[in-house]
Design a protein around this ligand. Structure first.
Ligand code: CTP
Length: 411
């Protein structure tokens, strides 16, 4: 079968000199079986003929958001809704700025704003425009929103200058797109994919809070977003989901049974009460490793002479480890949030806690740590496997994790 059969791609072309190279990408995608719909800005048509793209892809090229025709509804909404991947090649400084600001004043930017699929761009422009803080900040914003942004290459630019800003080699772009496709699957596959139907999936999420007294506690910076995304996607894929959550600011996802806890000990009890019936347990919670040995039952007051105070902490039970040591049919997924030596620590935790998979992420990154909507994960498997995924939204990362679970439990 062709590599990209059944995949629908929106190839968005903005007006830079490198626009003609989009034709090579369009041709490569089409040859590999993808349905490619090109959307061009007005400026792009100065650099590449719509007729070239139309001939290569076999689909009409969209230049105007107000066109209609047989089978076309509102063109930018329809294109966006059906796309498995949207790629902006090349992305000019202007189009990057518009996308970052959420502007939708032509067919290309309207399609981008309406898209919910994985998003990719390959910027190309003059070095100074690329290095300008405005462009850099816009790119940072887009990365944080889950865009895959390729770094431009160094070389001789159209303006004669030599520096960073060239569109990367077409083969490199193609490699990047292939990687994204592999990770993403198609919308059609996803929408009717009930591959967790009949499975009982327990997900833990959020931090735990460990009381010092009735008004104070020790906790951590986990927002719960990753665990809530896993619970929501597992439910969408047909699982019967129980979400055991520490305190977060999030709404429990629809269709999910929800148990709210505060401390690690409460989380352990809630998990153990359900464990025997579970098929899959995904421990995304950031469980506090220590609790206060003697929490006060009244608010601790500062008195004139207590310039220092010492809290004695006791080690909390390791819930995942306990699950690992007593597991029967359950498939166990642990998480590791690390700031350094990620791979070594992740593999260590996988083995020590007898988990089947361990999802690791580097929380020292601005775009993959606490309380952001994106994540970049690496999944380690007990059989030695390792799969790194692109930076993406936490919802898409949740699907990667569930894909890995389904693959293993179906073997
Ligand atoms: N975990 C758990 N119970 C604990 C601590 C952690 O079940 N008391 C689980 C987490 O939910 C996560 C995995 O173990 O799935 C790893 O958590 P992490 O805090 O990264 O690792 P720790 O074992 O606590 O190691 P350290 O804090 O030393 O990195």
């Amino acid at each position: 079968m062709e590599k990209f059969a059944n995949k629908k791609v929106v190839l968005a072309v903005s007006g830079g000199i490198a626009a003609y190279k989009a034709a090579d990408v369009a041709s490569w995608l089409t040859k590999n079986g993808a349905q490619v719909h090109c959307v061009l800005t007005k400026a792009a048509t100065e650099f590449v003929s719509p007729l070239v793209l139309q001939s290569l892809t076999g689909h009409p090229v969209v230049q105007d958001e107000f066109v209609t025709g047989p089978g076309w509804g509102i063109v930018h909404i329809e294109l966006a809704a059906e796309a498995d991947l949207l790629a902006v090649i090349p992305a000019t400084a202007n189009i990057i700025a518009k996308i970052a600001a959420g502007i939708a004043d032509d067919a290309l930017t309207s399609t981008v704003l309406a898209a919910t699929c994985p998003l990719f761009m390959a910027p190309a422009m003059n070095t100074h425009m690329y290095e300008n803080p405005a462009t850099q900040q816009n790119l940072q914003t887009l990365r944080q929103r889950g865009w895959q942004v390729m770094s431009p290459a160094n070389g001789r630019l159209a303006c004669g200058a030599v520096g960073r800003g060239k569109l990367p080699a077409v083969e490199e772009i193609e490699q990047e797109l292939e990687r994204l496709f592999l990770a993403a699957g198609t919308k059609a596959e996803k929408s009717d994919r009930l591959d967790l139907a009949g499975k009982k999936v327990l997900v833990t999420a959020g931090p735990t809070t460990e009381a010092i007294d009735p008004v104070r506690y020790i906790s951590n910076r986990s927002s719960g977003k990753m665990g809530y995304a896993v619970a929501s996607q597992a439910a969408a894929r047909g699982a019967e989901v129980l979400l055991v959550s520490g305190p977060t600011a999030l709404q429990p996802p629809a269709g999910v049974r929800f148990v709210q806890v505060e401390s690690a000990c409460q989380m352990r009890e809630a998990v153990l009460a359900e464990y025997a019936k579970c098929d899959v347990v995904i421990m995304a919670a950031a469980v506090a490793d220590y609790r206060v040995a003697e929490p006060a039952d009244h608010k601790i007051k500062k008195t004139g002479d207590n310039q220092e105070m010492t809290l004695r902490l006791l080690r909390n039970p390791d819930i995942l480890q306990e699950l690992g040591e007593t597991k029967q049919q359950q498939f166990l997924v642990g998480f590791a949030a690390e700031t350094h030596n990620l791979e070594e620590y992740a593999r260590g935790k996988l083995a020590a806690k007898h988990a089947d998979l361990l999802v690791a992420n580097d929380v020292s990154r601005a775009d993959a740590g606490f309380d952001v909507d994106t994540n970049q994960i690496i999944i380690f498997a007990a059989d030695g496997g390792r799969q790194a995924y692109p930076l993406t939204t936490k919802l898409a990362a949740a699907d990667y994790i569930l894909d890995a679970v389904v693959e293993k439990i179906n073997i």
